[in-house]
Design a protein around this ligand. Structure first.
Ligand code: SF4
Length: 211
C-alpha cells in the first residue's frame, strides 16, 4: 500500500471519530492499568461489568491490597483467567507502593516489569493514560493491518514496527484506537462488513465480503 492511501485511510477514520478512546471504563491511570490487565482474553464489556463494582471499593493500590486476593476474585470471577489476574493485581499493587509511591510509572521498562504487563499493556497505558504516541497491536489491529495491507507483518511485533514507520506523527496518538475500533465493529474476524466499510475503496484485501 502506498503512503497516500495510508494517509487517506487515517484521515477518513479521524473525520468519522475525531477523539477516539478506549471502551474500557476507568477514572485514573491506576484504574486503566487494572482494566487493561483484566482485559487479556476478555471483552471490554465483561471487564467494565467487573470493574463497575471493583473500582468503587478498590480504586488505589492500597485499597486493592486491603481488599485482598479473595476479595478481588469475588468481583472478577466472571472473567477468564481470574485467579492468575487477581494474583498479578496484588503483586502489581505491592510494587507500585514499594517502588513508585503508589503511582503508575510513566516509563516503559517500569511498566513492563509489573506482573502480567507485557509490551501491549504498557503501550496502551502509555498511550491512553499519558498521551504517548505508542501503537499497541492486538488481534484486531493485527488483522486489519494485514487484510488492508496498511501495515502487513508476520507477527504483532512486525506490525508494530511497520506502523511506527508509516503512520505520520499527526495520527500517531489516536491510530491505536481507530484501528482497534475498526477491527472490532467493521473489519470483524469472521465476516468483514466490507459493504458498509468507510475505507472500502482504499483497502487492498482481495476477498472482500459484501453479503
Ligand atoms: S473493506 Fe472489508 S476487509 Fe477492507 S477494511 Fe473494510 S471491512 Fe476490512
Amino acid at each position: 500500500m502506498n503512503q497516500a492511501k495510508r494517509i487517506a485511510i487515517l484521515s477518513r477514520l479521524r473525520e468519522a471519530n475525531p477523539h477516539p478512546t478506549t471502551e474500557l471504563r476507568y477514572g485514573s491511570p491506576f484504574e486503566l492499568l487494572i482494566a487493561v490487565l483484566l482485559s487479556a482474553q476478555a471483552t471490554d464489556v465483561s471487564v467494565n461489568k467487573a470493574t463497575a463494582t471493583l473500582f468503587p471499593v478498590a480504586g488505589t493500590p492500597s485499597a486493592m491490597l486491603a481488599l485482598g486476593s479473595e476479595g478481588i476474585k469475588s468481583h472478577i470471577k466472571s472473567i477468564g483467567l481470574f485467579n492468575i489476574k487477581a494474583e498479578n493485581i496484588i503483586k502489581t499493587c505491592r510494587i507500585l507502593l514499594e517502588q513508585h509511591q503508589g503511582r503508575v510509572p510513566e516509563d516503559r521498562a517500569a511498566l513492563e516489569a509489573l506482573p502480567g504487563v507485557g509490551r501491549k499493556t504498557a503501550n496502551v497505558v502509555l498511550n491512553t493514560a499519558f498521551g504517548w504516541p505508542t501503537i499497541a497491536v492486538d488481534t484486531h489491529i493485527f488483522r486489519v493491518c494485514n487484510r488492508t495491507e496498511f501495515a502487513p507483518g508476520k507477527d504483532v511485533a512486525a506490525v508494530e514496527q511497520k506502523l511506527i514507520k508509516v503512520v505520520p506523527a499527526e495520527f500517531r496518538v489516536d491510530c491505536h484506537h481507530w484501528l482497534i475500533l475498526h477491527g472490532r465493529y467493521t473489519c470483524i474476524a469472521r465476516k468483514p462488513r466490507c459493504g458498509s466499510c468507510l475505507i472500502e475503496d482504499l483497502c487492498e484485501f482481495r476477498e472482500k465480503v459484501y453479503a
